[in-house]
Design a protein around this ligand. Sequence first.
Ligand code: PLP
Length: 354
Amino acid sequence: MTLNVLAQSDPARAKEVLSEPLGFGSSFADLMVVMRFRDGSWETPTLEPFAPLSISPAAKVLHYGQEIFEGHKAYRRADGEVVLFRHQLNAERFNRSAARMCMETVPVPLQMQMTEQFVDAVRAWVPTDPESTLYLRPTLLGMDSALGVSASKEFLYLLLASPVGAYFPNGFASVSVVVEPELVRAALGGVGDAKTGGNYAAGLAAQERAKRAGFDQVMFLDAKEHRYIDELAAMNVLIVRDGALLTPPLGTILDGITRRSLMELAPMLGLRAEATPLAIEEVIDDARRGRVTEMFACGTAAVVTPIGTLGYDGDRFQIGDGEPGPITTKLYERLTGIQYGRIPDKLGWTHTVS
Ligand SMILES: *Cc1c(COP(=O)(O)O)cnc(C)c1O
């Protein structure tokens, strides 16, 4: 497979954009990949200018949310090489999300080839500043122009790239998180484990409520008992209890590649790692008694976000001393070390873009 190249990237434009503060996801590389599924097959993907789309106002995606996406990153190493991190897992998850939302899957090798060719074409957009990256956003949209509620037969695949700055420009810092008592993000049998737009829209009201109450983020509980930790709006949750790394099991949560990678790294740092249901009352009791010493959220965007304060039932609880804990910090450094090539990648998690 080769992308049908309809435009070239402008390195001078990239240089200009990268010289300004980047933030997260607000500036974009000047090219994107576009691929259409029509008449039962995928057409040749094109590399074209990043520009507004023309779509039918009746497209299913606009009315019924038939949409999925992925998020991963290209990292610039000190030697100038650009690498991808476990991107096969993103391609596989993309297809699990697509299947759940009744959408056409994109063969994993095709996704991986498009990603590599695209990143090579927009290489100048991969920032060089410490902890900055080129964030990649594959997206799939249901395109049938019809208002009946049914699965689309036409799809539009997009691959966008956004240069992003360090998530913590002032260094690794703890955030405050409030446990949402009423609203839920996902129920068993629903779509919580699919990366689909509606999940994020469903979380916004609770996120706004958390902000108004003075917290940085919201933590959701399970939909049935309102008792077990689910995840944040877009990040998985891990805790350190009695020196072991624990995280809620899969089911309603998104199968995060950061979560999975940290759980796999833990034994190499001498930590036991286990996926097990975490009842919020017990976690708070254990934090009070000094058994739960660290808590953090994780995901591709911020990698690891230490949680220093937990709001629950009108009270605020400090986790550990409220600062990023030693295990949290060690895991963050180990994972980002592998991604940026500061630590040898013995696990074969990174792939150099050629
Ligand atoms: C993307 C996402 C995550 C994190 O997954 P990573 O693969 O680690 O980036 C966690 N939770 C939700 C709901 C997500 O959408």
